[in-house]
Design a protein around this ligand. Sequence first.
Ligand SMILES: Nc1ncnc2c1ncn2[C@@H]1O[C@H](COP(=O)(O)OP(=O)(O)OP(=O)(O)O)[C@@H](O)[C@H]1O
Ligand SMILES: [Mg+2]
Length: 498
Amino acid sequence: MRTDSEIKYLLKSMDVSDRKYFIVSTEFMVLAANRFTMETHGKDIIGKLCHEVIYKSSHPCRNCPAVIVLKTGEPSLRHIQEEQKSPKWSSCRYSYPIKNANKVEALTLLDFHQSAREEIEVELERSNSFLRNLILSSVDSVVASDMTGKIVAFNEAAAEITGYSQKEALEQLDIRNFYPEDGARDVMKKLRSDEFGGKGKLKLYQTDILKKNSETVPISLNAAVIYEGDKEVASIGFFHDLRDELRMQSELENTRIQLLQAEKMAALGKLSAGVAHQLNNPIGGITLFAKLILEEYELEEGAKEDMFRILKEAQRCKDTVKELLEFSRQTGHLIKPNNLNKALSRTLFLLENQSLFQNINITKDLSEELPDVPVDIQQMNHVFMNIILNAAQAMDGCGELTIKTALDKDRRKACIKISDTGPGIPRENISNVFEPFFTTKEEGEGTGLGLSIVYGIIQNHSGNITVESASGKGAVFNIELPFDRVVDEKENKGEDCE
Ligand SMILES: Nc1ncnc2c1ncn2[C@@H]1O[C@H](COP(=O)(O)OP(=O)(O)OP(=O)(O)O)[C@@H](O)[C@H]1O
Ligand SMILES: [Mg+2]
C-alpha cells in the first residue's frame, strides 16, 4: 500500500505536466483527469463520455487506442492528427489497460508531445546520416564489420579496390573472407594488443586483402575496435592500395642499382684509361726492341723462341690494353644506322667453325622487319662475341644456342635475346656478372672483363642489358637498343671501321 505522501506526489506529478492524462472506464466514461486535461476540456469532464467531451461525437473514435486496448488487452499507440489546435499539443496518444485479476477495469490515456519527439528523431537521423556519409565518402577505402563478421559499412573506394559492389559486400561478404587465410584473425589479434598503436588500434599495418576474383592486393591499413562501454561491438578499417607505391619503390631500387653500377663503371673506366695509357708506351717499346733484336742479331733457336714468346706476350698485353680502352671509351667510335641481324650473323660465321662450336646447335630467329639501329658496329660485334663465347664456354661446347631479334611492342627498340642450355648462373652470382673482374673461370682462362665491357657499351648506346638465369636452366641475355637515339657528333670521333 502506498502512503498518503506517495499518493500526493504521484497525483501532483500528473498535474504539473502539460500533457493530457486521463482515465476512462471500459464504457469510455472519464473517471479521472489531470489538471491540463481539465483546463482544456472543462472541470466538469468527470463522469462524461470522453468522445463526447473531446470530439463532440456520440460514439468512440475509430482510431482511439483505448478501443484497441479493450479489444486486445495490450497497450496501444495512435497518431491523432485531427486534434492539433496548438503546435505544443500532442499528436500521439498512448493507452494502456488497468487490470484487475486479468480483467480490464479501466483505461489510461496519455498524450505525447509528438513534435518534440519527431524533432529529436529527425535530428538523430540527420547526424547519423552525416556520420555515415563522412565515413563512406572517405578517399581511403573503409570497411567495418560487427563482431559476427558481418560487413556493416563498405564505401565506394573499397568497392573499387575489391571488385565487390557495396550491396554484395553488405549482404554477402564476411570479414573473414575479406583477408586471405587467417588475415582477419591476425588483424583482430593485433588490434587487441598494445603493441601496434595502443589497445584497440592498429596503425599503418601492411597486409593483403582478397579481391572478389581471388587476386590479392597489398594494402596499408589503419584500424580500430569500436567499443560500447567495455564491450567490443565492431571494428573499422581505413586502407589504401599499395600496388603503385610498391611498384615505384621497386623501380627506384632498380634505378639505384643501375646508377650504382654506372658509377662503378665510370670510376673503373677512368682508372683503366689511365693505366692503359701508361702501359701503351712500354708495351710498344717491348715489341719494337724485341723485333729489332730478332732482326739485327743472329740468335740461337732457343733464344729466338724466347723472343717470339716475348712478342706474343706483349701482343696479349696490347690486346688487354685495347679491351681496357674500349671499356673506358678511349678508342674511336662511329655511331650510324646498322643492321644488327647482319652483325649477329657475321659473329656467328666467325665462331661457328671453331672447335668449341662443333657440337653446339645454333638456332637463328632473326626478325626481317628489324630496322637499322644507330650503333658502333665494331662495339656491337664485341658485345655479341663476348656473350656468345660465354654461352659456348658455359655449355662446354655442347648444347643449344638460340639467337633471336625482334621489335619491342612499341616498335621503339630492337630486342636481342641470346640464350643457351648451359648450367646457368647461380642466384648469388647474377648481380655480379656485369662487375669488372668477376669470373668463375680458372685462373688464366678468364679476366672477368667480358660482360663489364658489354655492359658499358650497351649503356653508352642508351640501351639496356639484363640476364635471366637459374642454376641448371641455362642463361638468357636480353639486350634492348633504342632506334631513336640522337647521336651527338662528338661521339663519332673515329674512322668508320666496319
Ligand atoms: N652464358 C653463361 N652461362 C653461365 N655463366 C655465365 C654465362 N655468361 C657469363 N657467365 C658467368 O659470368 C662470369 C663473367 O663473365 P665475363 O664474360 O665477364 O668474364 P669471363 O667470361 O669469366 O672472362 P672473360 O670474358 O674476360 O674471358 C663468367 O665467369 C661466368 O661465371
Ligand atoms: Mg667472357
